[in-house]
Design a protein around this ligand. Sequence first.
Ligand SMILES: [Zn+2]
Length: 613
Amino acid sequence: MSQSSASAPVVYHLRPLHTGAHLYEVSCRIERPAADGQLLSLPAWIPGSYLVRDYARHVVRFQAESGGEPVQARKIDKHTWRVAPVAGELLIRITVYAADPSVRGAWLDDEQGFVNGVCVFLRVHGEEQAPSIVHIDPPDLPPNPGSASGWRLSTGLQRLTGGQGEFGAFRASSYSDLIDQPVLMGQLTTVEYMAAGVPHALVLAGLPNPDRGRLQADLARICTWHIDFFGRPAPMARYVFLARVSIEGHGGLEHRNSAALACRRDDVPQPGVTGNEAGYRRFLGLVSHEYFHAWHVKRIRPAEFVAADLGAEAYTHQLWIFEGITSYYDDLALRRCGLITVEQYLEILGKSLTRLYRTAGRRHQTLEEASFDTWIKYYRPDENTANATVSYYLKGSLVALALDLELRSRTAGTCSLDAVMRTLWQEYGADDSPGLPEGRFEQLAENLSGLDLKAFFGQSLRTTIDPPVGILLAQFGIRLHMRSRESEADAGGVRGRHDERPRAWLGLKANTSDGHVRISHVAANSPGERAGISAGDELLALAGRRVTANNWETTLARLVPGDDLVCHLFRNHQLVKVVCQPVPAPRDTCYLTLDPEADAAAVVRRNAWLGLP
Ligand SMILES: [Zn+2]
């Protein structure tokens, strides 16, 4: 720790204590603790991920001292401590267990460390608006060449000491700023680029040799597109993607000046390695999604989140606006900035529509309900989720598509969702904005377009009727086709091979990872459900023939609709026999094509929408 560093009312010190045991030690020095006893807490949830995670549950040890003497501390609820009053400075020291591999937690091992502030930095009640200083140390690792030497650090936090990539001291302007700036450490690879005059970086842990040139060019293109979409100048002085690369895993969490990414090694291009172009498109879609959030949900916020103290759920009906519209623009931005073709974009849209049409739960849950109940439903999926709920990401993105097309076609191209988003940014993007109140988005879209959109919003948000995507796409010279699926792995999006004789369908999904065929999901109104097959059943035989992890897919492919099918299975270690009647696979698989007969006006609309000249 540097003695010369600036002081602040709260000074934190983060230190990897034991990499093998996944333990951080974090201290917190409070200059002027509350006279009647200081309250300290950790959040229950992290902005951007709407599940109560109770971060305090990973606090292993809590110690308080003042003037070198221990001070009594007592927990008053699951995540709050009250420390006895002291005369001078108060020093709190906690040990935190960090073994959550997701972008929403904290991690530490011999290879890398990743920290979200909600996991390690105590909120000092009464000092939330005050700036704080954070010292971060490297782990004390044995000098073992080739293993964990040479750790570097990257974060969006403002740097006070040390050069780029070095450990040192950092500054946060408030507690909410502190917990919005994740920290990545380990052997890092940094790919720097500029977008609209703003320095950006992609920092990778777990991938020493990425294709720098390609990443620089493509990420600069995406980020520049987003900055221009909302209007220059960019709202951040610097931006960093903190990416943890591993064999599997795909996800992200947005922040104001950074994003945490989890991505698959095969998805990131590397020189001399044959490209996985579909995987790379998925990676670029993730980058685009999290970056869009830097405006939309990190700065433009639902009013319900502005005042949220992170101690308990913050309920809103508006998540479709923040996640659905972001999911619409993430891939559309790739098309408009030229990174994917029109055909590739239509394939992505066709797959999204397929996912929606295969979600039986869309008949039970509206978009607004999906948002409101995210705390207990979207973030707590189980075997019945697809039968009971609809994703506000997925349906939200398709309602955003329908809204954009509706605005463009009914105003002859003078208004669009782009214009609504820019106005939203101008009206609600400021740091001191009270946030977007419920209903205001709908009002704004009506005001800007001069259209009566009450029926559109009423149906799309507050009923379970599907958004009218097919009718709208037709006005843009795009045809929507439905076909039956050709295999279990058929995700839609492309024309099928043939359509004359649909395959048989049981409505069963199975997990075969342990070599057994365990039913993981039974579709509502499917032959499997009618026969009484249940998630958790272990399927043994169909028509008297053994079913294994290896032959499960081919067995399904050979079934004939209409035949009585005897199924043997284990349920609670008991042998059970049921009879199932496979039906022709439903026509729930969608693909889109350019309409060769589209008139000139439709082509003009299509080109304007998709960013073609
Ligand atoms: Zn998102």
